[in-house]
Every structure is written in C-alpha cells, then in structure tokens.
Ligand binder design. Structure first.
Ligand SMILES: [Zn+2]
Ligand SMILES: [Zn+2]
Length: 282
C-alpha cells in the first residue's frame, strides 16, 4: 500500500514552476497535500499574484486531486519580538501572507512564533498573541498554524503549554491551530519514538492545546539528538529519530486525515526515498 493513498503525506515543493503549476509536481509524488512559499521567504516585499494565477491553481488542484495546501510564512516574521519598528514590518508582512493565502484559497498558513531575544518568555508569548490579534480577521478563510519550535535560542513555542497560552489569548480561535514539527518536538525534548513517550506527549497535548488544535505536521527526521535544541532536519530514517521512531505517529488513526509535510534537506530529490522509508513502518 502506498502511504500517499492512506495518509495526507506531502513535501515542501518549489514554486520555480509557477505556484499555479505546483499541483502537477505534487502529483508526480502522489501527494494529496503539500507546502509552498507564496512569495520569496527571505524578502519583505512581494509582487502581486497575477490575476490569472488563482484560477489556474484551482483547476490544477482539482485535476490533480490536491486536498490541502499549506503555505509556510516568511522566516522574517518574528512575531515574538518587542522591537516596534520590526513589529510594524511583521504586521504588514503577516497580513500580506494571510491575504495571499485567501487569494490562492490555500487552507493552511504555518508560521514560526520567533524569538523574544533579550525580553522574557512571558513577554514573547504576549507579543505573538497581540500580533495574531492585529493580523487575523473575521473575514479570513485560511487557518493560521503556530509551529512548535526546537527550543533554540530564545524561541517561543518549545512546549505545547506555551502554545496554549498564545491560543488562549487569540480572538479568532476557530482560525488558529498548530503545526507539529517532529524534528522540533524531538529537539525540544519530546521522545515520541517509544510508547511511553508518545503517550506522554499526547497527554500533554490533550491537557494544553487539545488534540483538535493539531491541524498539520511537519514530518522531519533530526540530525541532532533528543533535547539538544537544534533545528537541523534530516531525511526520514537517516537521522536520530530513525524510521521506526515515526511508527507510533504514522500509525495513529487520529492523524490520518491531516497533512504531514516533509521538509527534508534534499527536498524534491529525496521525497521518494523518504516515502519508501515511511512505507516500511506502516
Ligand atoms: Zn517545520
Ligand atoms: Zn525546522
């Protein structure tokens, strides 16, 4: 059985073919869900989406059976920052990301909460929350997903409790969710590779954000060890998590319907091997 038939598994895809043509790339891998950037992720500005692109994108999605598209927000959007000048740019940039998702009818927008730098975690959490309340609106269609962090530096989001505090303060709760990155969870100390650890992580999720708030995954192995707080992705099965380490998550029926997006270092050159590694543990 192909894992792309049983699971909503996909990968981050290049938009060099034109974002409207990414469903065709996805089809080559059998993906029914995938991730893209809607603009250059290292720049603040973006060209407007040409008028003919959303229609072509929608047609190509339908013709290639793409159920869900996740957009990854720019890495520049440090929502946890206390720097007011930066926050003005982040606010504008984040609104643009939401608007582009809605133009493209992308279902999910994932972002990294960022770093509170020399402030405190408490202030960082407040900063993320207030930024979300500034940029989200009643009319937006896209769900915004907070990605858990590896706990590197002074990053916000290394525990589900921290993420729950953000969600608690968000006004439009029906539009906010969480993207669980397996490499980041491992790096921040969650050992989900054995039954006891997996259950402990799920219990913590249940008692903080709630299972229903998990709306997607980033499925990455890790070059670094458990709890080392290093955000270093590896191909599935070649890292410290190992293919078997994904077994409990991949075989948990609670998540079969959710996008699981690989952001492994080889990208499109490695996804066939990543999929083969996962199929062995089904
Ligand atoms: Zn990720
Ligand atoms: Zn990462």
């Amino acid at each position: 059985m192909k894992i792309t038939e049983t699971h909503m598994i996909g990968g981050h895809l290049s938009t060099s073919v034109g974002i409207e043509n990414t469903p065709l790339t996805a089809k080559k891998f059998g993906f029914r869900a995938y991730q893209v950037f809607s603009k250059n992720q290292m720049q603040w500005k973006a060209k407007d989406i040409p008028a003919d692109v959303p229609g072509k994108f929608e047609n190509n999605r339908r013709d290639n059976s793409i159920a869900s598209v996740m957009v990854h927000a720019s890495y520049l959007l440090n929502t946890a920052s206390s720097d007011n000048e930066l926050r003005d740019k982040v606010r504008e940039g984040f609104r643009m990301e939401i608007e582009r998702c809605d133009i493209l009818k992308a279902e999910l927008l994932t972002f990294h909460p960022g770093s509170f730098k020399e402030a405190t975690l408490k202030i960082g959490i407040e900063n993320v929350t207030s930024m979300l309340n500034d940029v989200m609106s009643a009319k937006q269609k896209v769900n915004v997903l907070i990605e858990n962090s590896a706990g590197q530096g002074n990053s916000v989001g290394k525990t589900f409790g921290d993420i729950a505090e953000i969600i608690d303060g968000v006004q439009y709760k029906d539009k906010i969710g969480v993207c669980l990155d397996t490499c980041h969870a491992w790096a921040s100390g969650y050992d989900f590779t054995n039954e006891k650890g997996y259950e402990a992580m799920m219990d913590e999720i249940r008692s903080t954000i709630g299972i229903g708030k998990i709306m997607g995954f980033h499925l990455n192995d890790s070059k670094k060890g458990l709890g080392e707080h290093a955000d270093r992705h590896e191909q599935i099965g070649l890292g410290k998590i190992g293919a078997e380490g994904f077994s409990l998550l991949i075989n948990d029926p609670a998540f079969y319907h959710l996008p699981m997006i690989m952001e492994t270092p080889l990208g499109e050159d490695g996804y066939m091997d990543d999929l083969a590694a996962l199929e062995k543990i089904l």
